[in-house]
Write a new protein. Structure first.
Length: 90
């Protein structure tokens, strides 16, 4: 595997993992339940598959109990880090 392939792999990420890494959900299973219950839209379309891939430029609309968030994906994450690290993802 050459270095030129690495950026292609990291441009797409599972929706549930991205929500967890970006600190939009406290756990990955909670992120999965948000998606499965129809609380997440990608580019205006409701997505119910936690495994759906997100990529930079995708617009996410997330409906929480008390507020809605609209974010644009800037990059994929590699871990759930502190807020300062998570905010670089959107």
């Amino acid at each position: 595997m050459g270095n030129s392939e690495q950026p292609l792999e990291s441009t797409r990420q599972r929706l549930d993992k991205w929500l967890f890494f970006a600190r939009m959900a406290k756990s990955r299973s909670l992120a999965q339940s948000y998606v499965q219950s129809g609380q997440v839209k990608i580019n205006g379309v409701v997505v119910r598959q936690p495994s759906h891939a997100v990529k930079p430029g995708d617009r996410l609309e997330i409906s929480f109990e008390r507020m809605d968030r609209v974010v644009v994906v800037k990059s994929g994450g590699t871990r759930r880090g502190p807020y300062e690290e998570a905010r670089l993802l959107y």
